[in-house]
Write a protein that binds this ligand. Sequence first.
Ligand code: TRP
Ligand code: MN
Length: 457
Amino acid sequence: MSLENSQHGQTLNSHNLPELDEWRNLHIDQQPTWHEHPDYPSSIQELSSLPPLVFAGEVDRLRRRLANVAEGKAFFLQGGDCAETFNDATADKISARVKTLLQMAVVLTYGASMPVVKMGRMAGQFSKPRSSNDETRDGTTLPSFRGEMVNGFDFTEEARAHDPRRMVRGYHTSASTLNLVRAFTTGGFADLRLVNQWNKGFTANPAHARYESLAREIDRALKFMEACGADFEALKATEMYVGHEGLLLDYERAMTRIDSRTQNPYDTSAHFIWIGERTRGLDDAHVNFLSKVRNPIGVKLGPTTSTEEVLRLIDILDPEREPGRLTFITRMGAQKIRENLPPLVEAVKSEGSKIVWVTDPMHGNTISVPSGYKTRRFNDVVDEVRGFFEVHEALGTFPGGLHIEMTGDDVAECLGGSDPVDESAFLDSYESLCDPRLNHRQSLEIAFLVAEYLARR
Ligand code: TRP
Ligand code: MN
């Protein structure tokens, strides 16, 4: 790792690279209206001169890891909040989430005998596309909440105003979150020999009990290897990457730097950036801007995606057909995946591109219950995951990864699971400001399920 990083010196600022600003002349959706704000120029200036959050060498390494996924030799796990909040960037919440991701990764690595590329939907996931610009409550209309990098959640004029200084706060919150993620994953916390200490107690729950027994098995295997004199370096630390939706192009552009070694632009706000279902227009700003940076890029694909769109996205975002560059994250809905996914996978397959296919079984399965909460049924989530594996099995392609909205905490936001959550728990334990997340147990359960499917292949 140190050798790789040393090849990449510092990253330089990216002034005077006109192609990085082409998007400014294109159609763009879902942006804040803050360009006339008195603090806009200074916020952009400040972001542009702050240090990068990630380095080019790490981004390139992730691209190589994802190339392995594209070849069917590794699995890609992405998980985290729908929207992070500034106040929840605490040691407890971050460590609970990292621990849960590590547990899921262990279950997958062990169950499927396959390396897992681990990524937090973390350290930058602070902006949200919305279906409406405004929200009306009791006759008062205010701008919709667009994530804490844009405005506040409280329903007041003050909170809902778009404030560019929030981008700077988002940067600093991302920096401290990422710092803790790096510390945890390389500083001893992620040592596989501590595998049984990541569980959150409550072994009465079936998912926890199952994890306990898996952890015991791993522990025995490690002790056996230790007795044999095996070398443990690879077990002591792990790589964890971060990614978020690259929605706010003001922020992403300001965080883009030129790598001094290769002279290529990197969006240094995160290792991985994805384009949302609502902003993936082929001729629009988001696709244009992200086509110019070297980061691995994801695109969310909903149920109405056409094969033509998919092939054009490949041409624009991955013209070199570089394995690991492009990931399609499908969010079809449990009802539709078996019908709508196969044509897309088939088109890519006959075109010959090595794309990473990831399932997001969350966003196509959101429902509202009469009490007003947005929720998801665990069974629908499971059914979409199952559909994803069935489709790839039938086509002989590799089901490359899983993208979920989850938390390490004991929330009640999604219905069901083996220790079922029901609606009556929402009042006390529904915390999300945005979409409902799988709790710790439900996340583990999904990991066991996916590990079984992968092992069966
Ligand atoms: N380095 C290996 C890996 O990342 C093994 C490993 C160490 C690991 N700590 C881990 C795997 C935590 C999963 C979770 O795969
Ligand atoms: Mn969401």
